[in-house]
Design a protein around this ligand. Structure first.
Ligand code: 5GP
Ligand code: MG
Length: 177
């Protein structure tokens, strides 16, 4: 597989291969399977970027009966200065063991907004699982319970992540040159 490609004027450089992603997702799934023995967690994906990661993750979790639901938020830095708003609000989470599943944690406001709301519903527990984490970009501190990859300050696409709606379907993760 070539490590660089140019599609529709975007120059993509390979960051993680399909095999590398699969291996790393399996490891996190094993940790989650271990930690949630005897529980019945609710996996709450943050749309839309989480959809491929979440589907691979839950299929790799063993012997834990679980539920899946979604929230969606929008964050328009241009028009609202970075305010986050609900597009799809969370389901009732009171008393549940909730695992929020993100594609990427960057500056932090998106996840911080989601966690604040969920926290106010008094779940039994609330944890964060993210495919990618850019710690060097953080403006709001967030504790990541289950992180697959820490990455430097790069803009990435593929495996669910997009730029202008494109490249979500790529099985690998690329950064834009
Ligand atoms: P935060 O509120 O943490 O700054 O933003 C998180 C959201 O910004 C992510 O859920 C994602 O939608 C978007 N984002 C941040 N960095 C990247 C990136 O490198 N690639 C893509 N495709 N989206 C990103
Ligand atoms: Mg996201």
């Amino acid at each position: 597989m070539p490590s660089q490609k140019e599609i529709e004027g975007y120059k993509l450089e390979l960051l993680y291969s399909k095999e590398k992603i699969e291996e790393a997702v399996q490891k996190v799934a094993q940790r989650i399977s271990h930690d949630y023995q005897g529980k019945h967690p609710l996996f709450l994906g943050v749309l839309r970027g989480c959809f491929i990661f979440l589907s691979d993750l839950v299929r790799s979790i063993k012997d834990v009966p679980l539920e899946v639901d979604f929230v969606q938020v929008s964050r328009y830095v241009e028009t609202t200065g970075g305010d986050v708003q609900w597009v799809k609000t969370p389901p009732p989470c009171s008393g549940k063991d909730v695992v929020v599943v993100e594609d990427i944690v960057d500056e932090g406001p998106t996840l911080s907004f989601v966690l604040r709301d969920l926290h106010s519903q008094l779940p039994a527990s609330l944890k964060v699982c993210t495919l990618l984490n850019k710690p060097s970009r953080r403006k709001i501190p967030i504790f990541i319970d289950y992180g697959v990859f820490d990455i430097p300050d790069l803009f990435v696409v593929g495996y669910g992540l997009d730029i202008e709606g494109r490249f979500r379907e790529l099985p690998e993760i690329y950064f834009l040159k």
